[in-house]
Write a protein that binds this ligand. Structure first.
Ligand code: PLP
Length: 380
């Protein structure tokens, strides 16, 4: 049903010789300074999930898990813009939790472009997935700087910047990075126009640093779509996440020369805010598994062959399922719900080839992944 994805540049063609020729890479005709790089394959498919749809409500998925064969997911679109900006420094520093997908993707693509990538990493609860992401990031060539808490991040980053590192924002969520998701919204609009799927009433996506949901909200507005973005909040404090996402969405819209409008009824009346934040699925907080998330993870795997992670996508998918359920009762959000899948589905085994085993990790890095019970005992 979907047209074959167009690979802008295959990974091999894209990166061959890049490590040895950083200057050449950044002077390239295709992706000169300030113009987006081409790291991924687009458009990513849209897919109907009939077994999870109801009579009153269709559930669809946008497969941004397939942006890249080795390191896909939502970070690719952001890094296409962030790694193209101001190529003044060969050294980057970014920030994230120990098992951050953003840090892994920055290390993976940055290193393949011949850049030195450093990451200030803060603690998060241990999960098998978080451990694998941390090992893969180190295997990809990340130079990690563990800190004891989020409060220690600014000083650690300032130190790296004082030594010449260029800062890549957490989650890739600057306005520049979020514009990658404006492109993604346009890509979806084109898929809707060409009849590949109905125009969604609601687009459900995990909401952490905010750039993904913000770019989508601005992009849907610019495309004149009726789609509301529901950002499923995975981190506290919720008020700050809401504020950051809203500001980013407005800034992206300004860059597009439009105003972020509410979703309108057929008669042109504003009905719903363009970007809503849903914190019902957050559970105990960032990185903690939740019962709803665990259930959603099982359903996605069994009924749609989609693999989710406990921190982001399990919570977002749980929200999508609950909106479909609510629609079935007549009180729902709309007839077509699109779950935007942001987790890479590339096999982790490839990224773990040559990565250090858990025991071989620096103890300071291993300690970043704490067992939630141990920490609450320690805090008590
Ligand atoms: C798999 C996954 N989904 C969603 C998000 C959230 O995106 P954003 O930080 O743009 O809100 C992240 C962020 O790291 C992520 O790794």
């Amino acid at each position: 049903m979907n047209p074959p994805s167009r690979a802008f540049l295959t990974p091999e063609a894209d990166f061959q010789g890049a490590s040895s020729g950083f200057q050449k890479e950044f002077r390239g005709v295709d992706h000169g300074p300030g113009r987006p790089l081409r790291l991924g394959s687009y458009p990513t498919p849209v897919q109907h999930l009939p077994t999870l749809s109801t009579r009153g409500c269709e559930l669809w998925v946008k497969r941004d898990d397939q942006t890249h064969p080795d390191c896909g997911g939502s970070k690719v679109r952001k890094l296409e813009r962030l790694l193209a900006l101001r190529p003044g420094s060969r050294r980057l520093v970014t920030v994230g939790a120990a098992g951050s997908h953003h840090v892994l993707a920055t290390a993976y693509f940055g290193r393949r472009l011949g850049l030195d990538v450093e990451g200030v990493l803060f603690p998060q609860p241990w999960t098998e997935h978080a451990l694998e992401v941390l090992r893969a990031a180190i295997g990809a060539g990340l130079r990690a700087w563990p800190v004891r808490s989020v409060a220690s991040v600014p000083l650690a980053v300032a130190r790296r910047m004082a030594r010449g590192c260029r800062f890549i924002p957490p989650g890739g969520s600057s306005v520049a990075g979020s514009m990658g998701y404006v492109d993604a919204a346009r890509e979806l609009a084109a898929q809707v126009r060409s009849g590949l799927m109905p125009e969604p009433d609601t687009c459900v996506v995990a909401l952490g640093s905010g750039g993904t949901a913000a770019g989508l909200a601005a992009g849907f507005t610019a495309e004149g779509m009726k789609t509301q973005v529901v950002g499923v909040c995975v981190v506290r404090p919720v008020w700050l996440v809401r504020l950051v996402a809203s500001r980013l969405a407005h800034a992206c819209a300004r860059r597009l020369g439009v105003r972020l409008t509410a979703v309108q009824s057929a008669e042109g009346r504003p009905t719903r805010s363009r970007l809503a934040v849903d914190d019902r699925f957050l559970g105990a907080g960032y990185g903690h598994e939740s019962p709803e998330g665990r259930a959603a993870l099982r359903v996605a795997e069994a009924k749609a062959a989609i693999v989710l992670d406990p921190t982001y996508t399990a919570k977002a998918f749980a929200c999508a399922l609950s909106l479909v359920g609510a629609s079935a009762g007549g009180a729902g959000e709309g007839r077509c719900i699109l779950y935007w899948h942001t987790l890479s589905s590339s096999p982790m085994s490839r990224l773990l080839e040559g990565a250090p085993a858990e025991d071989a990790l620096d103890p300071a890095l291993r300690r970043l992944l704490f067992h939630p019970q141990a920490r609450s005992r320690g805090a008590a």
